[in-house]
Ligand binder design. Structure first.
Ligand code: NDP
Length: 461
């Protein structure tokens, strides 16, 4: 790249948000260049949502084979080949990466495979040499696992990044953390046959989720063999001839073959040169942006996990698209960050949207809770000891559905559709006016009739 190069948009980072922004901007006729130092696709495609879900699928066959017996099938002893799964997963990621590259190059965006840093508000320095002059800069560098500091033996600890490339399936694994990544990987490893222990510093995992969801998921995971050590943190990891001793705050030791930390992710801002242009950070360490994703510098924008708004792929994609519409499409577009549905691919799966019971009781005077736990029909013949949870949080005064919380098979699929109703401000009466689909698990959402009333903090005012 020569110093004279000139683009309308320079995107740093070819992940979900950056790729969408680049593609749409190029479609509007902008001259776009995208820098990526690793692989095109970013966290979601290369070492996040996509490979994770492939591993989740793999892990669920274990129970499917067992459950088949109750339906008359005799399945020969099932054998699992980790190396084959990883190789097949890697092939699929290669295919997707190529599709992402094509998505960029087809509308005319240029990809430079190197690290890019900001020299000043209009100049990008490429690690491969040279500078690029850009009218607009979009920072879409995502986040990176944060393992904590000052823990002796931290060099033995893997993050989810490495979990996708382990040479073999660990017989035993300790996972520290209680968020999305920890519970999802606990389900993957347990399903594939590892002995899994979750070490979590609080009382119960999935802190910001509804308390019923948290209790239900934990109980179901325990039924599937996952051990929980709550109220503890890992203070040291000691290597001991091929295995590890995981030391906890109370001095106790857990022997294991692998240690993984899933203790959150931090926005990828280090060494980007933000200070050279005067791009400011928010208190949470992400890049501070306004509702149009504009940073403190008028021609520099940021989208996705690097801004530390909501760290979810579809949110980053929307932000990237809205940025391109705003800046290059002459259509100023804000992203609505309220009521974002989300799924956790734990085993069992979680799907949620909107308020938890606790949040609703804080903001509303009367809250009606509709809740059902039941044995899914499939478990009757399989004999599996499992239950589904469905919960609706409803404003007791207006009847509006404020939140929906599902734990069970296909909860993610269900919450995507319930999300439309909640976003449209549907009332419980609207749910009830919808005919049930029988026999499904989701029909419970339109047939629950007797609420428990909760009187929230707002009632006391
Ligand atoms: P989360 O922030 O969800 O969870 C981090 C966990 O680590 C929390 O339980 C936290 O405890 C604990 N923790 C943090 N710091 C420490 C520490 N120093 N010592 C011990 N424990 C600690 O992060 P994840 O990495 O799980 O996921 C990152 C984000 O990625 C998610 O929030 C989500 O937005 C996204 N994601 C989405 C997925 C999906 O859509 N299915 C899948 C995976 C990730 P505490 O609760 O006490 O703070």
């Amino acid at each position: 790249m020569t110093a004279a190069a000139d683009v309308d948009l320079f995107v740093i980072g070819a992940g979900s948000g950056g790729v969408r922004a680049a593609r749409i901007a190029a479609g509007y006729g902008a001259r776009v260049m995208v820098a990526e130092e690793y692989r095109v696709g970013g966290t979601c495609v290369i070492r996040g949502c996509v490979p994770k879900k492939l591993l989740v699928y793999a892990s669920r066959f274990h129970h499917e084979f067992e459950d088949a017996a109750g339906f008359g099938w005799t399945v020969p002893e099932a054998k699992f080949d980790w190396a084959k799964l990883i190789a097949n997963k890697d092939r699929e990621i290669d295919r997707l990466e190529a599709a992402y590259v094509a998505n960029l190059t087809k509308p005319g965006a240029q990809i430079v495979r190197t690290r890019a840093t900001i020299k000043d508000a209009n100049t990008i320095a490429l690690a491969s040499g040279g500078t690029v002059n850009a009218k607009h800069i979009l920072i879409a560098t995502g986040g990176w696992p944060f393992a904590g500091e000052n823990i002796p033996g931290i060099e033995h600890v893997i993050s989810s990044n490495e979990a996708f490339h382990l040479p073999e399936l660990p017989r035993r694994i300790v996972i520290q953390g209680g968020g999305y990544v920890a519970v999802e990987f606990a389900g993957i490893f347990a399903g594939l046959g590892s002995e899994v222990t979750i070490v979590y510093r609080g009382e119960n995992v999935l802190r910001d989720f509804d308390d019923d969801v948290r209790m239900h998921v934990r109980a179901e995971m325990e039924k599937r063999g996952v051990k929980f050590v709550c109220g503890h943190t890992v203070t040291a990891v000691e290597a001991a001839g091929g295995s590890y001793g995981v030391k906890l705050g109370d001095g106790s030791l857990i022997d294991t073959d692998k240690v993984m930390f899933a203790t959150g992710r931090k926005p990828n801002v280090k060494g980007l040169g933000l200070e050279n242009a005067g791009v400011k950070l928010a208190a949470n360490g992400g890049i501070a942006v306004d509702e149009f994703s504009r940073t403190s510098v008028s021609n520099i924008y940021a989208v996705g996990d690097v801004t530390n708004r909501i760290a979810l792929t579809p949110v980053a994609i929307r932000e990237g698209h809205a940025f391109a519409d705003t800046v290059f499409g002459n259509k100023p577009t804000k992203v609505d960050h309220a009521n974002v549905p989300t799924a956790v691919y734990s085993e069992p799966e979680i799907g949620v949207i909107g308020m938890t019971e606790t949040q609703a009781c804080r903001d509303f005077r009367r809250v009606d809770i509709y809740k059902a736990t039941f044995r899914p029909m499939k478990a009757t013949l399989s004999g599996r000891d499992t239950r589904v949870l469905m919960k609706l949080v409803v404003d007791g005064e207006t009847d509006r559905v404020l939140g929906c919380h599902i734990v069970g098979e296909s909860a993610g699929e269900m919450i995507q559709l319930i999300g439309i109703a909640v976003k449209m401000k549907a009332t419980k009466a609207d749910f009830d006016a919808t005919m049930a689909v029988h026999p499904t698990m989701a029909e419970e959402l339109v047939t629950m009739r007797t609420p428990t009333a909760r009187y929230g903090l707002a009632a006391a005012e």
